[in-house]
Write a protein that binds this ligand. Structure first.
Ligand SMILES: *[C@@H]1O[C@H](CO)[C@@H](O)[C@H](O)[C@H]1NC(C)=O
Ligand SMILES: *[C@@H]1O[C@H](CO)[C@@H](O)[C@H](O)[C@H]1NC(C)=O
Ligand SMILES: *[C@@H]1O[C@H](CO)[C@@H](O)[C@H](O)[C@H]1NC(C)=O
Ligand SMILES: *[C@@H]1O[C@H](CO)[C@@H](O)[C@H](O)[C@H]1NC(C)=O
Ligand SMILES: *[C@@H]1O[C@H](CO)[C@@H](O)[C@H](O)[C@H]1NC(C)=O
Ligand SMILES: *[C@@H]1O[C@H](CO)[C@@H](O)[C@H](O)[C@H]1NC(C)=O
Ligand SMILES: *[C@@H]1O[C@H](CO)[C@@H](O)[C@H](O)[C@H]1NC(C)=O
Ligand SMILES: *[C@@H]1O[C@H](CO)[C@@H](O)[C@H](O)[C@H]1NC(C)=O
Ligand SMILES: *[C@@H]1O[C@H](CO)[C@@H](O)[C@H](O)[C@H]1NC(C)=O
Length: 895
């Protein structure tokens, strides 16, 4: 080694001046051919920072002194140290390092503290070929072995922390967060890796807020950032130094407990906070790296006790009496111990070769020097494997982080006796995830609550201006005189009941306002979008146009549309309705077939059939016709075909009968059913087909019905009769100005069942949709509202409300169309029967014209017509063939 020593005394003096107050009792730095260089934080005034710095320095020195105690020598030399302090200024750190390396035989660097320094020092160390082992730099970029071939670290990297945080979010079902970060390598790198990790786990980062470490202030308005975010979890990614300051800003802006849950990356002393703030600080969480002993992972206790012994021996004042040793001090010890182990192992492997393992080449100037056996030393580092005081120490050739031994715990601000302090509540290691910390019972959440934060903006305590729109039975407005004689407006109905349930469940402060009747539904949605109301509740259909203006909650009620019409008057009497089942042509055909069958039957049978023999041609034709008719309607005649040809004709008639009777019966039944429900239109399809003139369809402007009409019926043409209000619609319908209108099914059923019994609903419902509560877009509390609406639905409360308000029925049921057939619908049939009877009477009279002429005056005089009639009925019987045949032809009555 060719280094000049002329500035040693100056440097020693420099160090002594800097640290005499801190390290007075440690043995003076003795010069050696083997030295390690420690880069530590400046000891600031704040007690935790001092603790962090003091403990790290002490353990660094303890490790080196311990190596001396253990008689660990490198080529016969004990290892000693050089130290410097940094404050985050990379150039100062680099200058110090350069100066030290130029002057001393440095074979490894412990530190630096800050990530942004670590980048520079690691680059520089690669030049000299000496390993750098940091005990507190966490930036994930430093994990890249290719960029930082000589860098190692014993503190867990931000990769691991991000993963631990994501797991914590999943544990508590949090889905979003706000990040406040300091604008340096640590903060920016941390935010980057956190964003990447959270993206993988579907955790949304709603805001990124910068804490400027130069001006020491939050950029922008902390209060408005946080209050306007839908998330209530704040991750503060900042080093110890700035945490108190940021917390004080948060207190000022009142964005701590109980509304917000803060997660810090480090715990601080809370003693400096005034007592009045304690309630707001309770529930703060920290996620901090810890040594293995805290999470029951194996550590080398022998080594740890030996190190503490050394510390106590040289600097009993700084040794913590009751509190723990700062975890970073253990990381610093392991960093130093790892270097000592590596040096020892590497030099014993180099021994065989001719030159010393400690040789440097090049001039003494730091940037020109390089360790000759650098690669060998780094390989030894990569293969290192021992149980340190913070857990297993093992490195990897591909990443600079330790491959095992990254542990965290969550601390929680709780009340202990009369002050507040951090209490560990959860512990983490990469293989097991988060587990409860053995010695703690509970986690206290902001607001001194035992229930975990939901992580999102909650409506509890928030005042809401709620717009409700009059619409029976959703919102029924009545004026009542209260006990003090005041005329007050009272709201009842589905919506006020729903609001009451929501209010009880969520705890918001409801300021319910009845919107002016001039405002249409779409206008109300606009009013919410403009901020006139916070939310609007009612039978407000979710439509695409409205959704563009504002947001909607989950559905509070299903909806569809119905057609509303006047009840139709009595069914018009149609005498021929019983003929409807068959078309006139078919009737003619049936008649033709019957006549034809009777003619050929008469021809075939006249000779052989007794029933047709010996008669006049007209008589036998009539008998044939009688036979054909009887067979066709399925009842048969009182005689049968005798010839084969005649029977064949009968077969034909039977077949006709089989089908015709069945078809007639079926068609008649369905025709009579349709007849009962005969309306102007049957449903929305008839309306689309124009069965009602468009100007007789009434549509309320600014309703979902208007949208539907324009979209589905008139293709955008406003040719309907436009209405302003429901009342106007009812009046116009009843007055016959319009024939039909659209209405939401729930209200429509209620109105037709209870108020306007003369109105009725036609056809199936259509255009299914849902009613939702209108909220502003990206409303903070949207999730809270939705969760509660869903739980009302799941617990059946929405259904019971529906029952309560929609199942009422005041209209008399008699007005319902009955299912029985009316007299009118079959009147024609009976008329036909009467006509036939009259005709038969005519025929009877014709045949008995002589008797009638003789006896009618007598009969009228004596009013005894009946016995004669009976006589004729007896004679009428054709069963007594012989009697009939032997009777005079006049007495035969046919058809
Ligand atoms: C530390 O203490 C000194 C004097 O006691 C004071 O001047 C300085 O501002 C303090 N520094 C911090 C960061 O509080
Ligand atoms: C180290 O060497 C000294 C003197 O050579 C000896 O007294 C001491 O016991 C040795 N310590 C160990 C741990 O071997
Ligand atoms: C590290 O140093 C080696 C040897 O000087 C050099 O080849 C390599 O490019 C350096 N790597 C980086 C990332 O600077
Ligand atoms: C998280 O959600 C699951 C499933 O929904 C539930 O079982 C669990 O209780 C929730 N945990 C917390 C802390 O709310
Ligand atoms: C602890 O460290 C000491 C000193 O290096 C070593 O002798 C001992 O074997 C270690 N113990 C374990 C359990 O690794
Ligand atoms: C390191 O990376 C190389 C190539 O990327 C791979 O082959 C090797 O197995 C890795 N080593 C370890 C210990 O993961
Ligand atoms: C880390 O160490 C623990 C305990 O020694 C061991 O069970 C685990 O497998 C190790 N994990 C890895 C990734 O080496
Ligand atoms: C209350 O006032 C309204 C108008 O504001 C009026 O229509 C109603 O009749 C009044 N009711 C009573 C009971 O005085
Ligand atoms: C048929 O008429 C004759 C006399 O006309 C009578 O004696 C006989 O009882 C009648 N038969 C039946 C079945 O009515």
């Amino acid at each position: 080694m060719k280094g000049s020593r002329k500035d040693i005394s100056w440097f020693l003096l420099h160090i002594m001046c800097n640290f005499t107050n801190i390290s007075a009792s440690w043995p003076p730095i003795s010069n050696s051919r083997v030295q390690l260089f420690g880069l530590f934080d400046k000891a600031e005034n704040a007690s935790e920072i001092t603790e962090f710095t003091l403990h790290s320095r002490a353990m660094f020195k303890a490790a080196i002194l311990l190596s001396q105690q253990y008689n660990i020598t490198i080529e016969g030399y004990f290892i000693t140290w050089q130290m410097s302090s940094t404050d985050g200024n990379t150039m100062v750190a680099l200058g110090d390092t350069c100066r030290t390396i130029s002057s001393f035989d440095i074979f490894g660097i412990i530190g630096p503290v800050f990530s942004q320094e670590a980048h520079q020092i690691a680059d520089f160390a690669n030049l000299s070929g000496i390993p750098v082992v940091s005990y507190s730099a966490t930036d994930f970029v430093l994990s890249d072995r290719n960029s930082y071939p000589t860098f190692y670290r014993t503190s867990p990297s931000d990769n691991t922390l991000a993963l631990a945080l994501a797991t914590l979010f999943i544990r508590y079902n949090w889905t979003s967060c706000i990040i406040i970060y300091q604008n340096d390598a640590y903060g920016i790198g941390g935010t980057k890796i956190l964003s990447e990790t959270f993206l993988k786990y579907n955790i949304e980062i709603t805001n990124l807020i910068v804490f400027d470490i130069v001006t020491l202030s939050i950029q922008g308005n902390l209060k408005s950032f946080l209050s306007n975010s839908a998330s209530r979890i704040v991750i503060l990614w900042s080093v110890l130094t700035y945490i108190e300051q940021i917390l004080r800003s948060a207190l000022q802006a009142d964005v701590l407990g109980p509304r917000f849950t803060w997660i810090l990356t480090s715990s601080i002393s809370l003693d400096s906070f005034d007592r009045i703030y304690h309630s707001k600080l309770i529930g703060i969480l920290t996620v901090e790296p810890v040594p293995g002993s805290i999470v029951d992972a194996p550590i080398n206790t022998t080594l740890l006790n030996a190190a503490y012994q050394v510390w106590k021996q040289y600097d009993p004042d700084s040794f913590p009496v009751t509190t723990r040793v700062n975890p970073y001090a253990l990381f610093a010890f392991d960093a130093t111990w790892a270097l000592i182990q590596a040096l020892q192992g590497f030099c014993s492997s180099i021994k065989s070769s001719s030159s010393s393992c400690l040789s440097y080449n090049g001039p003494s100037f730091c940037f020109d020097r390089r360790l000759v056996y650098s690669n060998s030393l780094l390989n030894t580092m990569n293969l290192l494997h021992f149980l340190g005081v913070s857990g297993l120490i093992q490195f990897d050739m591909n990443v600079t982080d330790r491959s095992n031994g990254s542990y965290y715990y969550v601390q929680n601000v709780q009340h202990t006796s009369d002050h507040i302090s951090f209490t560990p509540v959860l512990k983490y290691d990469t293989s097991n995830g988060w587990k409860t910390y053995p010695k703690t019972q509970v986690t206290i959440w902001p607001g001194n609550s035992l229930n975990p934060s939901t992580g999102r903006a909650m409506l509890a305590g928030v005042t809401l201006r709620i717009g409700v729109i009059e619409s029976i039975p959703f919102t029924i407005v009545t004026n009542v005189v209260d006990s003090s004689g005041q005329n007050v407006t009272k709201l009842t109905g589905y919506v006020p009941d729903l609001l009451e349930y929501l209010h009880n469940r969520i705890g918001f402060v409801a300021d319910v306002q009845l919107v002016p009747s001039s405002l249409s539904y779409s206008g109300l949605v606009e009013a919410v979008a403009n901020g006139d109301y916070d939310i609007a509740v009612g039978d407000i259909t979710v439509t695409s146009a409205r959704r563009e203006l504002a947001a909607f909650s989950n559905s509070i009620s299903d909806n569809s549309m119905r057609i509303l019409m006047r009840k139709t008057a009595t069914v018009p009497v149609d005498l021929l309705s019983y003929l409807k089942p068959f078309s006139p042509n078919l009737w003619l055909l049936v008649l033709g077939a019957m006549v034809f069958a009777s003619v050929i039957l008469c021809i075939f049978e006249r000779k052989d059939n007794e029933a047709l023999q010996n008669r006049s041609i007209i008589s036998s034709a009539a008998m044939s016709l009688w036979f054909a008719f009887g067979t066709l309607v399925g009842y048969g005649a009182d005689f049968h075909a005798q010839t084969a040809a005649g029977r064949l004709v009968s077969v034909g008639l039977y077949m006709l009968s089989l089908v015709l009777v069945a078809s007639y019966t079926a068609n008649l039944a369905s025709d009579l059913t349709i007849l009962k429900t005969k309306d102007l239109i049957d449903g929305i399809d008839d309306m689309k087909n124009g069965k009602i003139p468009f100007n007789r369809i009434g549509i309320r402007v600014g309703t979902a019905g208007e949208d539907y009409y324009l979209r589905e019926i008139s293709s955008g043409n406003r040719n309907f009769y436009s209405l302003k209000s429901r009342q106007e619609m009812y009046d116009a319908l009843l007055a016959g100005i319009i024939d039909a209108s659209f209405m939401d099914s729930g209200t429509a059923e209620y109105v037709t069942n209870n108020i306007y019994c003369n109105l009725t609903l036609i056809g199936e419902d259509f255009d299914k949709s849902a009613f939702g509560i209108v909220t502003p877009k990206q409303w903070l509390y949207a999730k809270d509202l939705d969760v509660n609406i869903l739980s009302l639905r799941e617990t059946g409360i929405l259904d019971s409300l529906k029952k309560k308000w929609f199942e009422a029925k005041l209209c008399p049921t008699a007005n319902e169309p009955s299912t029985a057939l009316g007299l009118e619908s079959l009147s024609g049939l009976f008329l036909t029967f009467v006509i036939i009877c009259v005709m038969s009477l005519g025929v009877f009279v014709w045949y008995n014209r002589d008797t009638v002429q003789n006896y009618l005056p007598n009969m009228l005089a004596r009013k005894i017509l009946l016995p004669r009639t009976e006589t004729y009925i007896v004679n009428f019987s054709i069963n007594n063939q012989t009697s009939t045949l032997s009777s005079p032809p006049r007495s035969q009555i046919h058809m």
